[in-house]
Write a protein that binds this ligand. Structure first.
Ligand SMILES: [Zn+2]
Length: 414
């Protein structure tokens, strides 16, 4: 038996309100105990977390292992070869782990590369968070991001496409339920991607497989259509109305807003997307922020996801700026995603019997969300990694993606 004891820090366990001083005991890859009596049992490894906070391993609910943190023209991603994208995904996986992320949901990549990388990580041959992944998202012919998706038109093709994705190894299904970033002439909507009949057919088939029904969606009509047909998690959510937000809360539908990606970083010069890109995305910012506020007011449970260029801590900070309680904003990157993914029996809280997935950060992320960028150690399945060591090589490379993974604030300081 191998025992690790973490003492001296504040523990945010994702169960009790806030954090408290406690000792966390890990044994053989699982959480064995949380001690509130101040005792520090003998152990093979003892970690002094003084001045820091001990959290459940973090979850990034919207990643793209094969192309996140890439700079320049997005459409060029597909012209890169498989080896190039694999190499990139391997680096991203390690960088995510270094950020304290022990669970990630991959929302698409070209040619199934992300599925293969998921298997390599989950099989224990590559450092990275535990990954769940969709295959190719389903998209109506020629619509949003069709070149990284599987095109399907009409209910029969939707059913066939869902079956094909499961055959290829998808854990869940993602629909491109609306366009992006096309703002319709009236300025209030984006265009739905599928008819109600198509969404209904696809999601009914997803349920038959017992899997999660997910989607990229923005615009009132498209959001209403996916909610009508049983979406479990919706991502982005621009133009979410108060009425639809209340419905999401009542139905237990989660929202991954990805505001850091859409509202801040996608137009940041360091990602080099150009002026045309900035002009197309900037109008989406105000409706996105009001959608997030509507979701918070309605009590929708939200998930922290950074998408291609967002910053994890900044996403948490933006949720707080929009009115989310700091405690809830930490649940949004720990307990809630584990619940949303139906993995709460293994992930998301610090409780006996769950996987020994832990992030130890400097300072107090309840007081300052950017403490989440000060990761000391990340523990996955009981294995302890020093964050600085994981990224030491990245920092030496000229294409330093670690720098792009952090908010400009921390990247400049580091
Ligand atoms: Zn995405």
């Amino acid at each position: 038996m191998t025992r690790t004891v973490i003492h001296g820090g504040a523990v945010f366990d994702g169960i009790a309100r806030g954090s408290r001083p406690a000792t966390v005991v890990l044994e053989d890859g699982l959480i064995a105990d949380v001690l509130d009596d101040g005792s520090v049992p003998a152990a093979d490894v003892t970690i002094d977390a003084s001045g820091g906070t001990v959290l459940p391993g973090l979850t990034n609910a919207h990643v793209h292992l094969s192309f996140m943190y890439m700079t320049g023209d997005v459409s060029k991603v597909l012209t890169r070869g498989d080896a190039d994208l694999y190499a990139h995904a391997f680096r991203v996986s390690k960088v995510l782990l270094a950020q304290g992320i022990t669970l990630a949901r991959d929302m698409a990549g070209p040619r199934g590369i992300h599925l293969a990388v998921r298997d390599i990580i989950n099989d224990g041959r590559l450092l990275g968070p535990t990954v769940i992944a969709c295959g190719s998202p389903l998209v109506a012919s020629g619509r949003h991001a069709w070149s990284v998706c599987m095109e399907a038109d009409g209910p029969d093709e939707m059913i066939a496409a869902v079956r094909q994705q499961f055959k290829e190894g998808a854990d869940f299904i993602k629909l491109m339920a609306s366009d992006d970033p096309v703002v319709a002439p009236d300025g209030t909507h984006t265009l739905p991607g599928f008819s109600a009949e198509e969404v209904a057919a696809a999601y009914a088939e997803v349920r038959r497989h017992g899997a999660l029904a997910c989607c990229h969606v923005m615009g009132e009509e498209a959001i209403r259509t996916v909610l009508d047909n049983g979406a479990d998690i919706i991502d982005h959510g621009h133009y979410l109305t108060d009425e639809l937000a209340r419905r999401m809360a009542a139905d237990g539908v989660y929202l991954t807003p990805t505001i850091s990606s859409y509202d801040v970083q996608t137009t940041h010069p360091r990602f080099d997307r150009g002026q045309v890109w900035a002009d197309r995305h900037t109008p989406l910012i105000p409706p996105h922020k009001s959608a997030v506020r509507a979701a918070i007011d309605a009590g929708v449970k939200m998930l922290v996801g950074t998408d291609t260029v967002g910053c994890f801590a900044e996403e948490v900070a933006l949720l707080r700026e929009a009115g989310m309680d700091p405690h809830d904003s930490l649940l949004a990157c720990t307990r809630w995603p584990a619940e949303a993914f139906r993995m709460a029996d293994r992930h998301g809280t610090i409780a006996p019997g769950l996987r020994a997935d832990i992030a130890i950060v400097d300072g107090d992320p309840l007081a300052d969300p950017y403490a989440l960028e000060q990761v000391r150690q990340v523990i996955k399945g009981g294995e302890i990694y020093e964050s600085a060591q994981l990224v030491a090589d990245e920092r030496r490379l000229s294409k330093n993606i670690w720098e792009l993974a952090l908010s400009p604030k921390s990247a400049d300081a580091g």
